[in-house]
Every structure is written in C-alpha cells, then in structure tokens.
Design a protein around this ligand. Structure first.
Ligand SMILES: Nc1nc2c(ncn2[C@@H]2O[C@H](COP(=O)(O)OP(=O)(O)OP(=O)(O)O)[C@@H](O)[C@H]2O)c(=O)[nH]1
Length: 516
C-alpha cells in the first residue's frame, strides 16, 4: 500500500466510523426521546426523566472534539424526527438546539475541568459532572425550554412550574443515565468488556431480583389494610450501596437505572409510592429520591474505585521504592567491597613501602635508617633499665679487589651470602643492619665489651670459613671489627663513632682482627 493509499484508507475508515457513530447516536437519541415521551410521562403530564440528553452528554464526554459536529447533526435530526409529529418546526428546532447547547456546554466544562480522557472513575470527574451537568446546564436549559413552551401557548402551567418540570426531567435523565452510557461505552470499547465470575453473576442476579421485588412493593402506595409493614423506597438504598460495594461504577449505574425504571414504571401507571401526599408532589419526591439514590450509589462506587486505584498506586510506589532500595543496597555493598579491596591494596602498598624504606634491597636486612631508629629506641629502653649494650661494626677487607677481580655481581653475592653466617652467630634480640657498602653494624643488648668482642670473634671466624662459589671460582673473605661499649648515656651516633674508630684501628693493624 502506497503512502497515498494509506492516507485514503485511514480517511475512509474515519468517515465510516463517524457515520456509524452518527447513526447510533441518532437512533439512541430518538429512542431516548420516544421513551421520554411515551414511557416517562405521568397521568399528570409530568415527564419524570428525559433520556435523550443523557445520550448526547455521554457522546460529547467520550468522543473526540472533532466528532462533535457530527454528533450535533445526528442529535438534531433525531430531535426533529421525534418532535415534528407533535410540534411545529421552529419549536422542534428550538428544543433540539437547547438540548445541544445544554449538553455540549456541560461536556465542554466537565472536560475542561477534569482534563484528559473522561471517565466516571475519579471523584473529581463525578463532582464536575454533577455540577456542570444536572445542576448548572440543565437549570439554564430549563429556563430556555420553559420559555419555548410558554411561547407555544400550549402549557397551562406557570413559567416557574414549566422550568421546574424541564429541569427535574433533564437533570434526572443526565444523573441516572449519563454515567450508565459512559461506563457501558467504555466497557464495550475496552479489551475485556465482560469479566464475570459465576459467583459474581449469581450475586448480581440476586441483587437485581431483590431490587425488582422490593421495587415492586416499595413504589406502591400501600394502605394500612394491605400490609402491616410499609415497604418504603428507602429500602432500595442498601441495594444501591451493595451494587457500589460489589460491582463498581458499572454495577451501580445499572442497579440505579433498574431502580429508576421501576419507579418510573409505577409513576407512569399512576401508582405513587408515598402515602398521604398529592400525586404531583409524589412525583417530585420520587424524582428527588432517585437523584439521591443515584448520587449515593454511583458516588460511592467512584469513591471506592479511586481508593482502590490509590492503593494500587501506593503498592506500586512501595514496590518501586523497595526495588530502588535493594538496588541501592547492592550498590553500597559493591562500593564497600571495592573500598575494602582498595584499602587492602593500600595496606599492602604501605607495608611494601615501609619495607622498602627500612630494608636494604640487596641483603634484605634493615638499612641504616631503620637501624638507627630501632637502635635508638633500644638504647632508650636499656637506659631506663640501666642495662648494658655494645656495638660491633665490621667491614670486609679489600672488598674493592673482589669487585675488581671477580666482578660486581660476585661482590653482590658476597654481601648477600655473608648475612646467614653472621645471623647464625647472633641472638634474635640483637639488631643487625647494613650501614652501606661493605660495612655492617650490630647492637648487642645486655652485653659488655668483652661479650661483644667474643661475638665479633665468632663472626670473624664464620666469615673466614665462608666460601662463596661463583661459577668455577671460590671466593674467600675476611673482615675487620671494631667494638664499642655503650656508656649508658651517650647517644647512638657517639657509640657508632667509637666503634668506627676501633674498626679503623683494626684496619690499621693489618685487618681480619677485632679491636675494642
Ligand atoms: N659489589 C658491590 N660493591 C660495593 C657495594 N657497595 C660498595 N661496594 C664497593 O666496595 C668497595 C669498597 O672499597 P674500599 O672502601 O676501598 O674498601 P676495601 O676495598 O674493602 O678496602 P678496605 O676496607 O680498606 O679493606 C668499593 O669498590 C665499592 O664500589 C655493593 O653494594 N656491591
């Protein structure tokens, strides 16, 4: 299908739809007018309710604005068809225009103040309908309609009486039938027009059977000789409430319509419900009664629907909130895990950094800086205890020659391998560090000069026995030692200086010896 053909197809479909709707509305309007004239007029000539305007208002409420002119034409034709046998053309035209004005103004105001798609599902919509429909538009239309009646010269009533007749009939028609038509229209247009369970159907049947039975008794003016119990129309109110509670707006509008048809059926046959009052007043009271039943039942149904909707919205919002909460919790857990991970990595990096900062990279033993910190702390502790300590410094002999002869790598290997025998000669509490180059230092806690000298000799022997294998070469080393006794007050640097001077003397005395 080409785009042009597509557009034509859509246009044809719209025209067809509009024509079908015009026909349906015209027929419904005509049927309403016929029922209004033939089925709702009491022997006193009072039209209890006027249905065609309810058809028109429902159409204006549910159809798009662009279809309003078609609706108006259909309604006008139907009005003329219904009126012309009994009224002259100008009067029929005037009635049609008044009805159109009443319903279109009401629909425009209702839709303007409710916004969006209209339905009897919100209290605001119900209130706007009540205000702008039966209360406002019908009142004003009745002023015009009564004027036309008076102008025709056929009425034997006063203008005020004619206005009241018109208003009550119109308003009651709108009140009882517009919610029914709108709700049924929307039900039929929806995907699931009828959703009924067997139990629900049975309950509805019971409700309507009860309504018919009570209605047959309630709208009859009984005399004391008939029944000792007076069936008042008030007995039907609980049934209206029942329908609202159990069957929503659709059920309530149908039940109210059933009650209305029972009431109207009796009134038109000259049977009046209220004992002791004039027939005309009984009609007024019945009209008021029907209006109250309609407002109560349909209003309650709308209120319940709105509460249920709000409950659903709350549940949905609550679920969304819960979902967002769990999402948030998951994110927080994720972030916390990330943070813990980062924290661990940071701690590892810190430990690594601290190790690098305090360790000699070649031997893996404390470096000078770390030794100085540790040793100073140890001396402070020993000073408090008034304990002894001694310091050994040793330096490999002719290390330069090892580097020169065997290479720097071999020199490194010597430095690495001497650590184990030195450590083996020490206690775990002794502090051993590489000061730099081929120079090492040892702090011996609780040791005097003599004990330190023994340790130094033990290390010297161990180093002398050390054989470092480099390929085919075997390297032997010796070291010179300087020992200093801590005097308990001198600081670490002075102690190192004294040991260094002793070491210097050892070097001067031919090396491979211990000097104190
Ligand atoms: N392989 C190697 N050599 C080092 C390292 N640190 C210092 N040296 C070398 O150690 C040597 C020290 O030489 P000197 O200070 O002359 O001392 P010596 O040759 O041991 O002579 P005396 O101490 O007087 O017996 C230098 O050649 C430095 O380059 C190191 O980490 N690895």
């Amino acid at each position: 299908m080409s785009p042009q053909q597509g557009i034509e197809h859509v246009t044809d479909k719209r025209i067809r739809q509009t024509l079908v709707r015009m026909t349906l509305i015209g027929l419904a309007y005509y049927a309403g007018a016929w029922i209004g004239v033939h089925q709702t007029i009491t022997p006193e000539g009072i039209a209890v309710l006027w249905p065609p305007n309810a058809v028109l208002l429902a159409a204006f409420l549910v159809l798009p604005f662009r279809q309003w002119p078609a609706v108006a034409v259909a309604a006008l034709c139907a009005e003329l068809a219904a009126d012309l046998p009994s009224f002259p053309l100008p009067a029929a035209l005037a009635f049609g225009l008044i009805n159109l004005l009443e319903t279109s103004v009401a629909a425009w105001l209702i839709r303007h103040f409710t916004g969006g798609e209209f339905s009897f599902r919100h209290l605001r919509n119900g209130a706007c309908f009540l205000l702008f429909g039966p209360l406002l538009s019908s009142t004003v239309a009745a002023l015009l309609g009564a004027g036309v009646y008076l102008a025709l010269g056929r009425a034997d009533s006063s203008y005020l009486m004619l206005w009241r007749l018109w208003w009550f009939g119109d308003a009651l028609g709108l009140l009882l039938l517009t919610p029914l038509f709108v709700t049924l229209w929307q039900r039929l247009a929806s995907r699931h027009p009828l959703r009924f369970s067997l139990a629900g159907g049975a309950e509805l049947l019971l409700l309507w059977v009860a309504t018919v039975l009570i209605g047959m008794l309630a709208f009859v003016q009984d005399t004391p000789t008939q029944l000792s119990f007076h069936f008042s129309p008030i007995l039907l109110v609980p049934l209206g409430i029942w329908s609202a509670l159990r069957f929503g707006v659709a059920g309530a509008t149908l039940t109210v319509s059933l009650i209305a048809s029972l009431a109207v059926g009796h009134l038109t046959r000259g049977i009046y419900p209220y004992p002791g009052i004039e027939p005309q007043d009984a009609v007024w009271v019945t009209q008021e009664y029907l209006a109250i039943v309609a407002v109560l039942s349909v209003g309650l149904a709308i209120l319940l629907h709105e509460i249920a909707q709000q409950r659903l919205t709350l549940i949905r919002q609550d679920n969304e909130l819960k979902a967002q909460n769990s999402l948030l919790e998951a994110r927080i857990a994720e972030r916390t895990a990330d943070l813990e991970h980062a924290n661990q990595a940071l701690q590892q990096a810190n430990t690594q950094l601290e190790k690098v900062a305090t360790t000699d990279f070649l031997t893996g033993f404390p470096n000078r800086r770390h030794f100085e910190t540790q040793a100073q702390r140890e001396l402070n502790r020993l000073a408090l205890d008034q304990s002894k300590a001694a310091l050994i410094m040793f330096d490999l002999d002719h290390f330069k020659s090892i580097n020169d002869i065997h290479g720097h790598e071999a020199g490194d290997a010597v430095l690495r391998e001497l650590v184990a025998p030195v450590q083996a000669a020490l206690r775990p509490s002794d502090l051993f560090a590489r000061l730099g180059g081929e120079e090492f230092v040892i702090l011996l806690s609780h040791a005097n000069r003599q004990q330190a000298r023994h340790v130094a000799e033990r290390i010297r022997d161990a180093l002398g026995a050390l054989e470092i294998v480099q390929g085919t070469t075997r390297i032997h080393v010796s070291a010179s030692f300087g020992v200093a006794q801590w005097d308990g007050s001198a600081d670490l640097h002075r102690l190192i200086q004294q040991a260094d001077m002793a070491l210097y003397r050892a070097k001067g005395s031919g090396r491979n010896c211990v000097m104190t």
